[in-house]
Unconditional design. Sequence first.
Length: 677
Amino acid sequence: MSRHSKATKKQLQDRLLKRRQTRERQGNAWFDVVREADRLIGRDEGREAIAILTKFDEAHPGRPEVLRLLLDLYHETHDYGPYCRVCQRLLAKESGNRPLHLMLASGYLAAERPVLALQTFRRYIERWPDDPLIEGARETIVLLEPAVEDILRTAPFPADQKLELGAMHEEMLAGIEWGDYARVIQLGETLLQRSPGFVSAMNNMSQAYSQLGRAADAVAMTQRVLDQEPENFHALGNLSRLLLLGGRGDEAEEPLRRLRPIQSDSCELWSKKAEVFSFFGDDQAILDVFEQAKEAGYTTGKSPDVALLFHLAAVASARRGDWRRARQLWREALNRRPGFDLAEDNLADSQRPDGQRQGPWAYGIEYWIRRETIDELLKAFDDSKTRHDDDDDDEASTLVARRFFEQRPEISKLVPLLLDRGDEPGRQFATRLAWLLETSAMHGALRDFCLSPRGPDDLRIETANRLSQKGLLPSGRVRLWIEGEWRELELMGFEITEEPIGSPHPPQVEEWAFQGMEAVKRGDGKAAETLFQKCLEIEPDRPELLNNLAAAYHEQGRTNESDALVRQIHERWPDYFFGRTNMAAIAAHAGRYDEAEALLDPLRQRKRLHITEFSALCLAYIQLFIARRNFEAARSWLGMLKQVVPDHPAIPKFEQSLTLGGAIGRLAGLFRRPRGK
């Protein structure tokens, strides 16, 4: 019955073009937003178009032109919850708009709000009995009336108020979906005055209280439900989640234990259980629930609850390493609910290479921590920076964080949960918070995280290195999950700095030395030699200048002279960093691998390295381990180099060597295996 037909992308773009041309003539400021939405739709990026229009609407609410465009887009993406919300907002401005009334009624029907749909169709007929579309509306009412009567048969409402209170209940459900929590509580209070035993209203109010930060009221409301219905699975699920998010994980286990064995004829049981289990990270329980739902025939539907169940089963599958099945399940979720952002975002993330994925995640950070709480913390940081007039004042930030979480201790208890199963913003928030608080519990959470397969490789490697620098992880090789498999990785038990090392040179020497290194980079060893000799005439006893001269010799193919100078440097300055790395390279090239390692080992014990020293150490170990055919160790050092100096010119060469070397090593291993008798 919707006035919207199944519009093609071309038809939608034509409508946008007409609107754009009209508003361009009128010179309205919002034209650029419509033009950008038009461009995104042309690229099949409807969600992105919705995002920019929604952002504009939040800043400039109520513009009918923007709302109508959003209405079109929500219809095209079959997202009928917000579609109905936009219809309502437009009707508040255009109460006499007949098509909008009919669109709202049809939207309620598509959004599975049958009582509201019936009410709205009836009002439409009463108000416009002579409308040309009246017969279609009457036919829909004939179909809806027995369905609604059946839905409301067991509702604990007075007989003469069932339709009115049933519609009010559906408004509560819509309010939960739209985030209008104050309205949900208002409706719930009215419902409970007129039907005191209506537990669905209590459960919805509990969710609304939680979202508004009224945790005590939320818990009290769930207890009220359980006093009346001890096995109400909605209340048990809500209570266990509320206690967990409130930092009361031990208490949360009791309602969770009661929830597990519950059976019900309600199709919502499966998605509710999966939702709660996802917050507790119980992947096997989610997959068991999914299989039970399949056996019960529940997964054939196309409701938002069914889509959520597919999404949660996908997350559980991915967390257990079955990414192929996870992608299939996310696609099934999107078949049942097009535009479902959690499924879409996870599916897109799953296409990234191993090691770069942020997920999977069941819910975003806003499901774990209220946006208002995060904003409150950010404001505290901003106020502190203003007072200290120092954007890099970590000490002040730490003090702010500690004061804030003394008042909100439940938030810090979410850190290990967000590190394990949060989305990208959630994990970044948890990591930042853990480093600011610097408690043993936070260090333990960070340690568990970096030794797990959760989150992107670079964040876990960075975390492991920082823990190693603090002595909280052993330096040297540690087993980490890298690029989709467990590998031994060399941790950096040292700090890397770009602060200058050594005493400065006279300005003229600095200039000649710079020109000499540029000559080496472009392969002009002769010019470099001349420049470094001029430097040494002024400063003859500087090992770095002699080291650069050795590089100039090497560039000219004068290897013996270069090696001799390297040995001389090491003899005179045995602790000179680059002297040791160069001596190690000479030893490795000659096959004296133990000697090379002995030269390099003391350098790894240093707690602070300049970035050039770090690069030289990485290159020395990469070359040594390639020579020893220990390709895994070489990859570990190459990974550290890529993490710190991603644009180092030697990286492509060594990546190619390691790819070829690894293949040859695997092939050689086949021939070394004992033959069967």
